[in-house]
Design a binder for this molecule. Structure first.
Ligand code: SF4
Ligand code: SF4
Length: 77
């Protein structure tokens, strides 16, 4: 069974630098249309089903805004 991952972003810490977006090999991250408390458009995931859990985004984020979870079988609806 294909492993599935989900990302959690600390949107209020994000400064919209786009490093995570640049380094994602699947190109599934993008800036939100909304603005956070600091006045930046924070990053988010567009297509979580495509995530391969490589952690490149989390490692590149200078502000440690991204946490990656692997879903257990029972988590998938
Ligand atoms: S874990 Fe890898 S594939 Fe998933 S969003 Fe981050 S960089 Fe992209
Ligand atoms: S690398 Fe971190 S601070 Fe930069 S856009 Fe991505 S989540 Fe936000």
């Amino acid at each position: 069974m294909k492993r599935q991952f989900r990302l959690s972003f600390n949107k209020d810490k994000c400064k919209g630098c786009e490093l995570c977006i640049s380094f994602c090999p699947k190109k599934i991250l993008a800036l939100d249309e909304t603005v956070n408390a600091k006045g930046y458009r924070p990053a988010g995931i567009v297509n979580p089903e495509e995530c391969i859990g490589c952690q490149s985004c989390a490692m590149m984020c200078p502000d440690l805004c991204i946490t990656i979870y692997q879903l257990e079988e029972g988590d998938i609806a």
